[in-house]
Write a protein that binds this ligand. Structure first.
Ligand SMILES: CC(C)(COP(=O)(O)OP(=O)(O)OC[C@H]1O[C@@H](n2cnc3c(N)ncnc32)[C@H](O)[C@@H]1OP(=O)(O)O)[C@@H](O)C(=O)NCCC(=O)NCCS
Length: 196
């Protein structure tokens, strides 16, 4: 598989380009992608929680960056980063939260998610962001530099070995993580489903 990247993103890293095969396009989310992103997230996670999360984050204008991978007009991979505030210091500090990340099963194991994450990090750094936080599988996210150690002193309802952070520049190491309200709605929906 080889990659075409949206030149406006100015993120091409030739070293990461896999050789040969089909060509897929990595680009920023556009206005016509929403339905396909919803379909991908519904297919990738149990229930509709993640699809709803993205819809709510988008409506609340909390998405800082979202990239997709497209194969012949079909969105086959997605990653979103939303605004997360770190409170408790002199002033709230803006960071980002990585969620969700998804690739259709037929397209997995080809480095698509890795490429989405790496391109996102380059883009976020170019935008002046300095800290990304994720709640996920350490075995996966540590590949991209996320560590639990970097997140260990944050105060958060999600504090656990699965909470990880990666900094690209100066950023606090402690404080209270304040996620967009859409994450609370996701947790509430999950709790309701568990009660059913
Ligand atoms: C997680 C996901 C996005 C990875 O997509 P992908 O394009 O196949 O990922 P990559 O090709 O970059 O990486 C594949 C590697 O990640 C590993 N991996 C995938 N999911 C993993 C997980 N949950 N925990 C640990 N490792 C995982 C694979 O085993 C594979 O390892 P290898 O390189 O040693 O063979 C995809 O499996 C997916 O959409 N899953 C369902 C949704 C999901 O769980 N999202 C993540 C939420 S935290």
């Amino acid at each position: 598989m080889s990659w075409i990247k949206n030149p406006s993103a100015r993120l091409v890293d030739a070293k990461l380009e896999p050789p040969g095969g089909d060509v897929v396009l990595l680009r920023g989310e556009g206005p016509h992608d929403q339905e396909q992103i919803r379909d991908l997230l519904k297919a990738s996670f149990p229930g509709s929680g993640e699809a709803l999360l993205v819809d709510r984050l988008r409506s609340a204008r909390k998405i800082v960056l979202s990239l997709v991978v497209e194969d012949r007009g079909v969105v086959v991979g997605y990653v979103g980063f939303s605004r997360l505030m770190i409170e408790g210091g002199d002033a709230p500090f803006p960071a980002v939260a990585l969620a969700p990340l998804a690739v259709y099963p037929e397209y997995q194991q080809q480095g698509i998610a890795a490429q989405l994450i790496r391109e996102s990090h380059a883009c976020l750094a170019a935008l002046g962001e300095t800290l990304s936080v994720v709640l996920g599988e350490p075995a996966y996210y540590t590949r991209f530099g996320y560590t639990n150690r970097r997140a260990a002193r944050f105060e958060s309802e999600y504090q656990s070995p699965f909470l990880m952070a990666l900094s690209f520049g100066f950023a606090p190491t402690e404080g209270r993580l304040v996620y967009p309200a859409a994450f609370r709605a996701l947790a509430d929906d999950a709790a309701l489903q568990a009660d059913d």
